[in-house]
Design a binder for this molecule. Structure first.
Ligand code: FE2
Length: 193
């Protein structure tokens, strides 16, 4: 007889415990996958002559047991930059505008770039100890502005699908570069709705 309690779990909130969950999909994005998303594509091409570093990795599991479940993901963005522009995730919209998401920063320091479909934007800093709410109608991209991996847990309803096409075409309105203050925000000259 199957226990009604076999699918619940309780784990410590740290990257090692999350990595031990039976996550269904792991994906790895290297500089060669992301080079056109950086402002200085020539510099990215030059770097690729030497190496093709991992920019970020994601693990995600649809914990959708009876059609009402949640999906759980972990993202790890490595420290690095292209001509001073920090490594980031590609970013996406949710296809369902009412599908919101929670971020739980675990390691490192970063920023979350939020953007409407009209190009209005907002920046939220990510650091361990905070809980961050991401409204589903905003595109979201995370950027590692530190010198250690930026790791965060994300939780969203399993029915949500992801739209990468809009941000691939238009980019994000703001970019994040190294500076003496830690990071500076630069208007993206390639941004086009
Ligand atoms: Fe998302």
């Amino acid at each position: 007889m199957t226990s009604k309690f076999e699918n619940d779990f309780q784990i410590p909130l740290n990257p090692e415990a999350l990595a031990a969950l039976p996550f269904g999909d792991k994906s790895v994005r290297r500089l060669s996958d992301l080079k056109t998303y950086f402002l200085n594509v020539d510099k990215a091409e030059a770097m690729l002559q030497e190496d093709d570093p991992v920019v970020y990795e994601t693990w995600q599991m649809e914990y959708d047991l009876d059609g009402s479940g949640l999906s759980i993901g972990t993202t790890k963005i490595y420290p690095g930059n292209v001509a001073g522009e920090f490594f980031f995730t590609r970013g996406h919209f949710h296809t369902d505008d009412i599908g919101d998401e929670l971020y739980v920063p675990l390691t490192g320091i970063g920023v979350l770039a939020l953007t409407t479909k009209d190009g209005e934007s907002k920046v939220i800093e990510l650091k361990p100890g905070d809980l961050v709410y991401v409204p589903g109608h905003l595109a979201h991209r995370t950027i590692n502005i530190g010198d250690e991996p930026l790791t965060f847990l994300s939780i969203w309803a399993s029915h949500i699908d992801h739209d990468y096409d809009i941000v691939t075409k238009s980019g994000f309105p703001e970019l994040f570069f190294q500076s003496d203050e830690g990071y500076s925000v630069v208007k993206n000259p390639k941004f086009a709705l």
